[in-house]
Design a protein around this ligand. Structure first.
Ligand code: ZN
Ligand code: ZN
Length: 126
């Protein structure tokens, strides 16, 4: 049986299938990836027993890319905001493992990832 619930995080609130981290017993939203605290510990144990557990999050994301620098595969990160003379400079995608800029991505793919990362950032309230 699959357990579904609504995310209690501000800016998300979606119905989704949460997963539990077996080690920490923290439940995570499948949509925004943040901890969902409204799920009772009892329910979390149920989820673990039904194998509704959190896998390696980095591999789960659909936009994982392989870094040409360190050869690891994972979701890229946005570089820090750079502001030059009051104008924000376009952020680049960097490898989440070694921090090297990912230059081998096609432009539409890179843009798609950026949009997603920015949306996640907004969901974090920052
Ligand atoms: Zn959520
Ligand atoms: Zn790398």
């Amino acid at each position: 049986m699959e357990f579904r619930c609504f995310c209690d995080n501000k800016g998300c609130g979606k119905e989704m299938r949460p997963t539990v981290d077996k080690t920490t017993m923290v439940a995570y939203c499948a949509e925004c990836g943040k901890a969902v605290n409204s799920i009772s510990v009892f329910m979390r144990r149920q989820m673990v027993s039904h194998d509704q557990v959190r896998r390696d999050e980095k591999k789960k994301l659909p936009w994982a890319v392989k870094c040409s620098g360190c050869n690891k595969e994972g979701p890229p990160e946005l570089s820090k905001d750079i502001v030059v003379a009051g104008h924000p400079i376009t952020q680049t995608l960097i490898c989440s493992f070694c921090g090297k800029e990912l230059t081998a991505l096609s432009k539409p793919f890179a843009e798609m990832i950026k949009v997603n990362l920015k949306a996640m950032r907004r969901a974090d309230g920052g």
